[in-house]
Design a protein around this ligand. Structure first.
Ligand SMILES: C[S@@+](CC[C@H](N)C(=O)[O-])C[C@H]1O[C@@H](n2cnc3c(N)ncnc32)[C@H](O)[C@@H]1O
Length: 243
């Protein structure tokens, strides 16, 4: 994107995935940097910046006015997609919230959700749950991206209407079908970090005094097995053996 409002790696990666030259909504905009940067760069003609709380929306107003973009970024107060008219924008970004909140927003008004050409979702946590829940709200996962910002991994999912009934398997839900297909060093680092976390938790359970819920232990073992499988797949992709 043309400089105008510099974005960190996470928001810059989201900006790259926005449908060009079509209106955008940023749901839960807070600081309002994403829609402002996109209109300044001429990547979208206009944008709606929405938030359910007045204080974040006031922060967005400051960003938009300081950038001289008030004629191209509208500010709207409201819950989830409710401030939008169905079909009004092509892309909606929902970034920086947990997966349960995102799924609740998408399920609250299926007509508005399906009226969007593209949704870009960047959950703070729960990307596995989000992938699993997309088909229930009539969306299919068309692309994924993994970025690191200040030492933290961020998963970005791109979903589009259609794909209801397309079921991802457990490995695809945990790692991401598109990320897994592409592989690469960043994904390997993320999975290794996740595996270390899983093994620390397993060690904690092993030391626990008293009964540990067998379902919890089994769920954790399953997760560890999936992570090992994904890492093995990446190793084979990176170091192909003799055919
Ligand atoms: C952590 S900020 C994320 C800001 C920005 N999207 C980003 O990723 O940098 C989360 C924002 O989402 C807003 N929010 C949370 N739940 C929401 C909902 N259901 N509808 C609209 N906004 C919501 C909060 O008020 C807050 O301003």
């Amino acid at each position: 994107m043309t400089p105008g409002m510099p974005l960190g790696p996470r928001l810059a990666a989201i900006a790259e995935l926005v449908l060009p030259w079509r209106p955008l909504a940023d749901i839960g905009t807070d600081h309002g940097r994403l829609p402002t940067a996109l209109v300044l760069a001429g990547r979208v003609p206009w944008a709606v910046a929405c938030d359910r709380s007045p204080a974040p929306l006031a922060r967005a107003r400051v960003t938009v006015q300081r950038a001289g973009a008030a004629d191209r970024v509208q500010l709207r107060l409201g819950e989830g997609l409710a401030p939008l008219m169905p079909g009004e924008v092509a892309t909606a970004v929902i970034a920086g919230m947990g997966a349960p909140t995102m799924l609740a927003i998408l399920a609250a008004d299926r007509e508005r959700t399906r009226s969007l050409a593209r949704l870009i979702l960047q959950p703070n946590f729960g990307h596995e749950q989000l992938r699993r829940g997309l088909s229930d709200v009539g969306l299919g996962l068309v692309e994924e991206c993994l970025v690191v910002e200040r030492g933290r991994f961020h998963v970005i999912l791109v979903a589009e209407p259609g794909g209801a009934g397309v079921q991802l398997d457990d490995l695809q839900c945990l790692v991401g079908p598109h990320l897994l297909r592409r592989g690469g060093a960043t994904l390997q680092q993320q999975l290794e970090q996740e595996l270390r976390r899983c093994e620390r938790e397993a060690a904690g359970l092993a030391r626990a005094i008293g009964a540990v819920d067998p379902l919890r232990r089994a769920g954790q073992e399953r997760r560890r097995g999936l992570l090992l499988r994904a890492l093995e797949k990446l190793r084979r992709q990176g170091h192909p053996g003799p055919t």
